[in-house]
Design a protein around this ligand. Sequence first.
Ligand code: ATP
Length: 904
Amino acid sequence: MHRNKHWRAAVFEKQNIQETISKLNSDTVKGLTEGEAFRRLRQNGRNEMRAARKKTKIQLFLEQLKDPLIYILLIAAVVSILLGEVSDALIIGTVVLVNALVGMLQEGKARKALEALRKLTTPRTIVIRDGIRREIPAAELVTGDLVELEAGARVPADIRLTRSANLQVEESALTGESVPVEKDALFLADCRQEIPLTERGNMVYMSTVVTNGHGEGLVVATGMDTEIGRIASMITDTEDEMTPLQKRLGDLGKLLSILSLGLCAGLFLLAVFQHRNIPEMLLVAISLAVAAVPEGLPAVVTICLALSVTRMVKVHTIIRRLPSVETLGAVSVVCSDKTGTLTQNRLTVEKCWWYDVMEDVTGTGGRGEHRILPELLRGMLLCNDASLRGEQRIGDPTELALLDFGAKYGLQRERLERQYPRFDEIPFDSERKMMTTCHRLPGGRSGRGIAYTKGAPDVILQHCTHILQEGRSIPMTSAQRKRIGEAVERMNSLSLRTLAAAQSEDCRGGEEGMTFLGIVGMRDPARPEAGEAVEIFRHAGVTTVMITGDHVDTAYAIARQLGIAGHRSQCITGRELERLDDTSFLKRIKDLRVYARVTPAQKVRIVKGLQLNGEIVAMTGDGVNDAPSLKAADIGVAMGTGVDVAKQAADMILADDNFATIEKAIEEGRGVYENIRKSVIFLLSSNLGELMTMFVAVAMGLASPLKSSHILWINLITDSLPALALGVDKNDSKSLMRCPPRKASESLFARGGIACTLFYGALITVIGLAAFLVLPCGILAAEGELVGNPFTWVERLRELMSREQILAKSQTYAFTVLGMCQLYHAIGMRDVQKSVFAMSPRDNLLMVAACIIGFILQFAVTEIPFLIRAFGTSHLSGQEWLLLSVLAAFPLFAHEVIVLFTKN
Ligand code: ATP
């Protein structure tokens, strides 16, 4: 069955359009009926690549065990069994199991979130069914569907073209060749021989990209039956990308592991040297290694990033690559286009000019129909690809505004086009800033037809030699040229976006020697929330730059209104930019805020220039030619309404096209980074505290303050939840957006991070040792022996500690205090600059839950008999609990004192 379908898809290039229609049982005017499309969809399935094989739960679980830490733990378990400490081995086994299960669940959750996101970014396509043009998800296409293709679109299925105009397609996804190839619906392959894919001029294939022109065609294959579907490599699982932070933390983890293993080995040798019990010391050394390895680090980062990506969907942002969340927080310049992002993209034609009348276009209809130049109206409507059908508005907002303009004067594009059928076109291109369509004249008069061109007035004017005056095309005088310039200027000064139209009675003349018809001025109001976002960016040290294809006056008017630029000297046009060499451009770049009439190629130059100046650049774009600048930027931002090519090149997509959403995304990026930083510092300082407590005690010749099962309990059970709670903490958005962006290369330990880690590490060490030594020291003090030569009383300490009961109690103290003090430490870490009394627990309910669970678990290991037996702890009295709780709270006391003294 499949083979048969492939054979069919492969021969369509040899069949003429009529044969194709009958084979597919479709229609090149009306397409399929909805009912038939539905039936075919049910029969043949959705137009999707079969999803990569998902990992099973068992695979995910086993993956969690592939970790050096787990190997160390397993060695610890074996040594424990050899020493007869079976309960220790059981605890280690349980912890390994719980840890792997939790890891599996978390990873599964993160994967699900990302998968849901991937679904959100699936492309849509324009299809004609029942004679009506509509936009549907590409996955719902069926064979026989009549599909429209336009520049920038990803080809949604394998398609036999039925109509084409200057159609060019880039087929690198299929052939690796990135030079676009021309396509022509009229091409017909020789029936007698097989031709390679690249030469099938009348076929376009799924996943290739339309770079130019227009086309229409019938779907001949969908989903796995397409050419790309047959390429096996497309369906193999692609490895998940690691983010830079994950990589850095992975490296840090490895370094710490090596260091700690070295330390443990050193300690072990010391023990051998001191003639201590070797198997016991081996267990201590392993416990130390367990204490030192920051096991939770990479997991915390992945979970924080994945959760943040899910949160961003709520603010209309779709992140396509996980690392972008990190980069977002470091963005220092946001380059935005104007139309639709900074403005509302609800364009309305307000003024209209032709020689030599300026006319207001207001109200809703009919008024002064006779007064608008008919040729101008006709040009604006015929040279137009948008369509308007009740609520369904398909096409570019500029062109839709022109259709509304026509409707006010009782003109409809479709009806007009039936009178003047289009037979050729040169599509709009933001590089050329104009477009042309050629039409036959009414009444079937054959011959030369008429061409209409519309575009930026300055560009159109360069191509005109004549002007229409009183219905006649006469050579344009320089005075008339000047008048046109003045009219454009007047409209621009009123913040109107201008568009001119021209006609040529000879379609063979290209776009030269045309007759100027007139100009329309459209209003596109600024988005009020964009102004607020610019203001927030200013406080956050992020510069906003406007890059637009529009006229400099219109651009400046909007930029001033939004607070992007305050002076005209901050504006530059594409032409001026071209004249600047790199050195002078880099000198001026700091002051420039508005780039007008720039070409997409210049956008790349601007991004690179800013990057050379040390900036981290976010850049928006929506057109075909924006892809290179989106790729060049640190964060490429495509519009939800943009073309597929732009979306594919971008790191993030703004579902609502709104500039203010970028501000929300940057805030989220900064918040996530801050949270990861807090988590990492918390985990490392806690581990350092445990490690040093153990190291100092053992170096003093004492027993180990914690057993390996204790360390595991603290690290993997009471530590992981607070670390996660810090990772999802709600940051104060105002303070986040009040400081300048961090440098991209900045380490997690910059800005006091290293001091914080060392300080709390040292404090936890002191607290841990105090808890461990308080009992024997108390006995020595009572006996009056805690004086004189430290060597003598340390010797006495060793003696006391060798008594099983005292050691068990001291270890219980150390275990309880170290467990609890990390919970207090986590609370303070939420904001190192804020008193705990100023933080709202409601902002982080997970932290509240983590602390409650942590305290209960810590309580359980000294109060529940079977846990007491398993962990070798002893029961604690109320008084002891009180003493240990106060001791454990020292990190929080220290936090409050620091806040008090650092407050300005
Ligand atoms: P931005 O770059 O901020 O989105 P823009 O829409 O003005 O602004 P482009 O799309 O590059 O940028 O358009 C450049 C110019 O081309 C516009 O200022 C306008 O004069 C002209 N133009 C825009 N759309 C069309 C169109 N559909 N047909 C003809 N000319 C157009």
